[in-house]
Design a protein around this ligand. Structure first.
Ligand code: C2E
Ligand code: MG
Ligand code: MG
Length: 670
């Protein structure tokens, strides 16, 4: 086509493009109209919109308008570097480039030559002096038939291109605005509106395709205290950290958003069978340690879970139930999840008063439960920690925390009477063990005030005189507070305890002052590393280094180190590597009533050979022969995830003495 002919169509084309820009709210339709105007103006076969992605510095084919749709449709989404091809040149020069013989151009792109491109005109799309991309008009007919482009035609095409650039800019802003409306600026997750839109989408999918989904309503525990101690800036950093950790563990396709404050919502397509695994994964991600020294703290999460359609099929109902379930999880101490449809266990940590404890003591409802402490090397049992429990007649068991809180806050002498009851009860149960020729160590917690109170030494002396060997079995656990209150007095009492044969342990080490001076000056035997240092091993480098430091100082001072709260096999491995001596935690056993502990000590306990016990073949599902083979090979490689259940199974299955325990004789070095 001749240029003069083309010019005839120019004005209507330009007007059409102008109209489209002002009247057409839909960008795609606008582009179609504007690009058609350019194409007609130039007599080209097609016009493509190629936009620049500033972040990745790549061009991407976005839209195409023209007769040979099929040819360039194949290019939709095609990306190439911003320095490549003619588009690259246009980007730097900010001027249009017409290439009559495209296949011969030095920077012709192979893909376009293969698609049959003969000529093209690439015009920069400039808005506010920035190149947003290019408008590329293409000719697929033979080069000879393509007319030169006159300066007037080019100017007109560039005018339309500049309208397209304005529209692109507007579209970009609109996309940003739309996303701002549903994005939480702090965490960059979906905001309340965004995530609730997703709940609607999930309900829609449930109705249409019968796809069940769960809502995990998450509230972060401990954030308030972090804010109080460290200020809101740190609180915000922690929230961002939590958001990131949760985002890292949600599955592809699941949605996550912040409802506000420290509340998050995760929407996951799943059924009943997945809920446990997912909730545990989220809880794990929420265990965020922060701070140091006395301000050291830990976040965790309380999660309420609802499943649609079982628990409801409308948004309000589902959220209300999830929220209520979350409250139950929180009221039970947090760091747990609660299914909305499952009846919650009675909340434990409702306030317990001194009168309650007094009554429980009178009615003989208090008990000591025992948690094993094992040698790290071979996991042989060396002793137990006695932990206070209130076992109510209706079967409810109240753990030590609320009881201690009650009597430590009371003003009367309950604290001392109860403390002395603990000593006597432990001595009585020790007698039962001794009768069976068992002599485990017994760790007893003594409250700071009780430790410094005269009644403590009096009671201890009586018990040690009455019962031979009791003193030698005894390890008295006190916290740093008790020692620091009156260092000299604490030292005198400790020395008296030693005279009676008992050993002294400092409990929850690392959470208080952790002063080197006092551990050097006091007659201590054992340091118990607080479980907050163990919880994130082996992943947490800081905890790893601190634990390493504590172990080396303790050993330099001739003290043994017990690590508390090991729940995973990996932690056992780490603690061994760090040189700890003994370990206590759910991995070995939870605290249990005396009879169970006695049974466990006599029949069930085990020794796991030091160098890993079994290969991963040793699971309950493995064939007996396979397990036996692995068991016979005591030096089988480190097992993928051995646990006590496996070991007990082996012990029962093969009655193999290598998996049984011989209670250790005590030694001073523990
Ligand atoms: P503690 O002396 O540090 O005792 C260890 C606590 O950690 C126990 O909680 C135990 O159940 C828990 N624990 C053990 N292994 C794990 C684990 O792997 N994971 C987790 N998450 N927890 C684990 P419990 O029995 O609730 O006792 C809490 C605290 O109450 C004790 O901390 C101790 O300071 C105090 N306490 C317990 N019994 C007595 C007592 O008879 N007298 C006094 N004065 N205080 C006591
Ligand atoms: Mg303790
Ligand atoms: Mg402790």
């Amino acid at each position: 086509m001749k240029n003069s002919l083309l010019l005839h169509t120019a004005v209507p084309s330009l007007l059409a493009a102008m109209d489209a820009l002002t009247l057409e709210p839909d960008f795609q339709i606008f582009f179609k109209k504007a690009a058609a105007a350019v194409r007609t103006l130039l007599g080209a076969d097609g016009t493509a919109l190629i936009l620049l992605d500033e972040e990745t510095q790549t061009f991407e084919y976005k839209l195409f308008e023209g007769e040979q749709q099929h040819l360039l449709n194949a290019f939709k989404g095609f990306r190439f570097s911003s320095t490549t091809g003619i588009s690259g040149r246009v980007l730097t020069s900010k001027t249009s480039i017409f290439t009559r013989n495209y296949p011969n151009a030095p920077d012709a792109m192979e893909q376009l030559v293969d698609a049959g491109l003969q000529s093209n005109l690439v015009i920069p799309l400039i808005s506010s002096d920035k190149v947003l991309g290019v408008l590329a008009s293409s000719w697929f007919a033979h080069t000879e038939s393509v007319a030169d482009i006159s300066p007037q035609l080019l100017t007109l095409a560039e005018r339309i291109a500049s309208q397209i650039a304005v529209a692109c800019h507007r579209e970009k802003l609109e996309v940003q605005l739309r996303s701002l409306a549903v994005i939480d600026p702090l965490t960059k997750l979906l905001n309340r509106r965004g995530v609730l839109n997703c709940v609607d989408d999930s309900l829609e999918k449930l109705h249409r395709y019968n796809r069940p989904f769960a809502l995990f309503f998450i509230d972060v525990d401990g954030l308030k205290s972090a804010n109080d101690h460290w200020g809101h800036e740190t609180g915000d950093i922690l929230l961002r950290d939590v958001a990131q950790r949760l985002s890292d563990v949600v599955r592809k396709g699941d949605q996550i958003g912040r409802l506000g404050g420290d509340e998050f919502l995760i929407i996951a397509e799943c059924d009943e069978s997945h809920i446990d695994t997912l909730a545990k994964r989220f809880l794990q991600a929420l265990r965020v340690p922060y701070g140091k020294g006395r301000k050291r703290g830990r976040l965790s999460g309380s999660i309420g879970v609802v499943l649609a359609p079982q628990d409801g099929v409308d948004e309000i109902n589902l959220l209300r139930k999830a929220d209520a379930a979350m409250y139950i999880a929180k009221s039970q101490g947090g760091d747990r999840f609660q299914r909305a449809s499952v009846k919650a266990e009675e909340p434990q940590n409702r306030l317990i008063s001194v009168v309650d404890v007094e009554g429980a003591l009178e009615r003989n409802e208090l008990q000591l439960w025992y948690q094993p402490i094992c040698q790290l090397q071979d996991l042989s049992v060396v002793g137990f920690e006695a932990l206070l429990r209130w076992c109510k007649p209706d079967g409810e068991v109240i753990s030590a925390g609320p009881l201690i809180q009650a009597f430590e806050s009371g003003r009367g002498d309950l604290e001392f009477r109860l403390g002395n009851w603990v000593l006597r009860e432990a001595a009585r149960q020790m007698r039962l063990w001794n009768k069976n020729s068992l002599t485990p160590d017994i760790h007893i917690n003594i409250s700071p005030r009780h430790f410094l109170h005269p009644s403590f030494l009096v009671e201890l002396q009586i018990l040690c005189e009455q019962q031979q060997g009791f003193g030698e079995s005894l390890i008295i656990e006190i916290t740093e507070t008790a020692m620091l209150e009156d260092l000299e007095r604490a030292k005198r009492i400790m020395l008296r305890c030693r005279d009676l044969g008992a050993r002294m342990a400092v409990d929850d080490f690392g959470t208080g002052y952790a002063s080197l001076t006092y551990i050097k000056r006091l007659p201590l035997d054992i340091i118990k590393i607080d479980r907050s240092f163990v919880a994130d091993l082996p992943g947490n480098r800081v905890d790893w280094d601190i634990t390493k430091g504590i172990v080396s100082i303790a050993h330099a001072l001739g003290l043994a180190v017990v690590a508390e709260g090991a729940e995973e096999f990996e932690q056992i491995g780490s603690l061994r590597e760090l040189g700890c001596d003994q370990v206590q935690g759910y991995f070995i056993h939870r605290p249990m009533p005396f009879n169970d502990a006695n049974d466990w000590l006599q029949h069930k306990p085990l020794r796991i050979p030091t160098r890993g016990m079994l290969t991963h073949t040793a699971t309950k599902n493995s064939s007996a022969e396979k397990i036996k083979a692995a068991a016979n090979d005591e030096l089988a490689q480190q097992c993928a995830k051995p646990n006590l259940a496996t070991a007990l199974y082996l012990q029962q299955e093969f009655n193999d003495p290598r998996f049984s325990i011989t209670p250790r004789g005590k030694s001073r070095s523990a």
